[in-house]
Write a protein that binds this ligand. Structure first.
Ligand SMILES: C[S@@+](CC[C@H](N)C(=O)[O-])C[C@H]1O[C@@H](n2cnc3c(N)ncnc32)[C@H](O)[C@@H]1O
Length: 216
């Protein structure tokens, strides 16, 4: 068991790695450090810790599909989003959206690795322009849901989204962990979404990329 002190030290080391000069180069070191953490703390930072190969593979697919601006809904600490951006360097921008700013700004929450947008913002009526405001004024071409578990919110986000890519990260159904949407059984609201790519990730996780067919 890690003592609380040790956990805090490791956490600090992780934050320092993301803030050092040339921090993006540190993503492999950060992953290695993360693998040493206890599961509870690991999960506070990120539900699924991908391997370097997982991240590289996904980065290759995103590049191939010309996906460069992603808005991650329910991004939590934003560590996955930071990692994706670091691996891709200038090729990819990943922004984050969360709910409950009171929690994320409280002393109990882990610090965020990326600036967070909140659904409770005054201008947060779900719309394409809200999504753009979350992404520094650029319309995101993909929405990302990683270990998201809120069906009604998922459907609302999807219906307000005018881009054509949907990325869902989560467990394989056989793993017995419930997320909604599940990447392989997302029950998308209409037949316009087609599965375009799948990346198998570590510990029986999957990244599924869907394309909306009626948008050219
Ligand atoms: C299981 S956590 C996953 C966090 C992160 N994506 C990860 O993989 O570590 C689900 C997250 O979704 C967020 N969430 C739930 N409903 C939401 C909503 N309507 N809008 C934005 N975020 C939401 C929760 O606050 C929580 O941080």
């Amino acid at each position: 068991m890690w003592s609380e002190q040790t956990e805090l030290e490791v956490l600090q080391e992780i934050y320092d790695l993301t803030r050092a000069a040339g921090a993006k180069q540190n993503w492999r070191k950060l992953l290695t450090l993360g693998y040493r953490l206890e599961r509870d703390l690991k999960r506070k930072l990120l539900w699924i810790w991908p391997t370097a190969l997982d991240l590289k593979r996904l980065n290759g697919v995103l590049r191939q599909l010309d996906i460069h601006h992603v808005l991650s809904i329910g991004c939590g600490s934003g560590l996955l989003e930071w990692l994706l951006g670091a691996v891709a360097d200038q090729e990819l921008r990943v922004y984050g959206l969360e709910r409950d700013p009171n929690w994320w700004c409280s002393k109990y929450a882990v610090r965020s690795f990326i600036p967070l947008n909140y659904i409770e913002q005054a201008d947060s009526k779900l719309s394409p322009s809200f999504f753009s405001r979350c992404c520094s004024g650029v319309a995101p071409c993909a929405l990302l849901f990683c270990y998201f578990n809120n069906r009604s919110a998922f459907l609302e986000y999807l219906s307000a989204f005018e881009g054509k890519w949907l990325i869902i990260i989560g467990p394989q159904p056989a793993l017995g962990i419930h997320t909604d949407p599940n990447p392989l059984q997302p029950q998308l609201p209409d037949k316009q979404w087609a599965l375009r790519d799948l990346c198998e990730w570590t510990e029986q996780n999957v990244v599924a990329i869907y394309e909306k067919l009626d948008i050219i």
